[in-house]
Design a protein around this ligand. Sequence first.
Ligand code: CA
Length: 225
Amino acid sequence: MAERILIVEDEEKLARFVELELLHEGYEVDKAFDGRNGLEKLEGGGYDLALLDIMLPGLNGLEVLRRARRTVDTPVIMLTARDSVMDKVAGLDMGAEDYMTKPFEIEELLARIRAALRKSQRRAPETQVLAAGALSMDVGRHTVSYDGHPIELTQREFALLQALLENKGIVLSRSTLMERVWGYDYLGETNIVDVYVRYLRGKIDDAFGVRLVQTVRGVGYVIRD
Ligand code: CA
């Protein structure tokens, strides 16, 4: 299901430009052009993320965020035209996930949106259990076991295994895994994925004599039952 993003921005041309980019990326988009309408929509809920301009008519973005935080915890990325440290600090203190200073590169905004969405998705499912064959991952407890035998994984190994398990049967490219596990700012060195896949195989496949983490040559990796 497409993630829903709210844009609260009074510069309608900018809002429209960002909207088109987000639609192109497959998100659903809603817009508000002033603080009051933005707050109303945020409080109405149903958004996976909001882009919130600070300089808005009516209520400013910081005030919108402060009020919205009483009832909703939608991740928010603040947009500020001023390169004002105070605004950024205030926004982050009030619970904004991130901020962007205008003018920004759309690619950077998209990357920050993906990062913020990943972060909020990771903390959402408290009791989620993922499995492939006898391999089982309890996401909430942050534990992994094979046929009841606990497996010790580092943070990165855990994140990599989680990405594979969440997409069981689907081949994930190195760059997808890279972005998913290491974040957008590590683009380029995808061979680190191979290194961590080897670690995982050592602790799972080699240790238990199975072949769960599979290589699809020229494409990437997949975990199968
Ligand atoms: Ca503005």
